[in-house]
Design a protein around this ligand. Structure first.
Ligand SMILES: Cc1ncc(C[n+]2csc(CCOP(=O)(O)OP(=O)(O)O)c2C)c(N)n1
Length: 204
């Protein structure tokens, strides 16, 4: 059996991968998009009230998704986080492994750079393997996606099987396909409604 590593995984287009993920969501799954391009592409791929867009802080997609997953164990919860942002909060992988929410799926968008601030290489661009780190932290269901078809297969597995899961995605250099509407209070309110945690209606 061939094993995909950080080195032989195909470099893919984040927006295409995000669209493929969104197309597989049929049960009001929550999706937390990390700062910047992760949430830009999530918004552009298919805005829905079950999406939360992290606007200002690096490293919070996974912690927020973990909280939602613990609060609503019947709902699958996805976190989409950039590699630079994950580096800012790497310890969250140990917390995920220890809490072990069955319904949490983490996607790491690894382009080796801080793309949104100008493409500076991250300190880990020399070959850090986030899937190996996740396994070392105790997340056993962690794998690199070999290509787009493999990514779809992994997402289907994560939707069907207990986690926590982590999928590593090597990205090409293309930028995001759009931008998220920047209205933090509306993002929060919509998401709370999307989670059934708030009943009041929004005007927009
Ligand atoms: C503590 C902190 N430092 C720096 C920034 C500025 N900043 C915002 S996004 C970002 C890069 C994010 O990189 P990554 O998560 O890899 O996503 P990408 O831009 O590559 O899609 C940086 C440096 C910030 N928001 N917070």
């Amino acid at each position: 059996m061939s094993v995909t590593t950080a080195h032989n995984a195909k470099r893919m287009y984040r927006f295409d991968l995000t669209k493929r993920l969104v197309a597989k969501l049929h049960r009001d799954e929550a999706v937390i998009g990390g700062i910047g391009h992760s949430n830009f592409d999530l918004f552009t791929a298919g805005h829905r009230p079950q999406n939360f867009y992290m606007l200002g802080s690096m490293g919070l997609a996974i912690p927020i998704a973990l909280g939602v997953a613990i609060a609503q164990p019947q709902r699958k919860v996805f976190a989409i986080e950039g590699d630079g942002s994950l580096l800012m909060q790497l310890g969250c992988l140990s917390t995920v492994a220890t809490q072990a929410p069955k319904n949490l799926v983490i996607l790491v968008m690894d382009n080796g750079t801080y793309q949104i601030t100008g493409g500076q290489a991250t300190p880990a661009a020399g070959g850090t393997d986030y899937v190996a780190i996740a396994r070392g932290c105790g997340i056993q269901s962690a794998a690199w996606a070999a290509d787009e078809a493999d990514f779809e297969r992994l997402v289907e597995h994560c939707l069907a099987a207990d986690g926590p899961h982590l999928i590593g995605l090597k990205l090409d250099e293309q930028g995001p396909a759009g931008q998220t509407e920047r209205d933090p209070s509306q993002i929060r309110d919509r998401f709370m409604r999307g989670m059934g945690a708030k009943k009041s209606k929004l005007t927009t």
